[in-house]
Write a protein that binds this ligand. Structure first.
Ligand code: ZN
Length: 119
């Protein structure tokens, strides 16, 4: 929904794109010119403070799995930022309109739609 609305507003961006050469981590939405990487994290997989509920079975497995995801999230952010990127993270539970507003603020107004596709 966020991507569709951004596109409707005239923004162009990469999707599931690894912005930093040599770092095999992708961001959900990438504004290459502005060097902004957007991550929209799932409430379960990334341990949202509001919605994460510990599974009732295989608790040790899940605790380790989710902790690994969270550590990886922090590392991804650090590696992007070390390469000069701005990282914006949102939760999947956030209102798509609010996310779009925050991104419009961060990215600025969209340029004229490109006549040639991005390479
Ligand atoms: Zn949540």
């Amino acid at each position: 929904l966020v991507r569709r609305e951004l596109h409707r507003l005239g923004y162009r961006y990469r999707v599931n794109f690894a912005p930093v050469p040599g770092v095999r981590r992708t961001a959900d939405i990438v504004f290459t010119r502005q060097r902004i990487a957007v991550l929209i994290d799932g409430c379960f997989w990334h341990r949202c403070p509001i919605h994460y509920v510990e599974p009732k079975t295989r608790t040790e497995f899940w605790a380790a799995k989710i902790a690994g995801n969270v550590a990886r999230d922090d590392e991804t952010r650090a590696r992007f930022e070390a390469a000069g990127w701005t990282v914006l993270r949102f939760w999947e539970h956030e209102d798509p309109g609010d996310v779009v507003s925050a991104l419009v603020e961060a990215v600025g107004f969209p340029g004229q739609p490109s006549r040639t596709p991005l390479t």
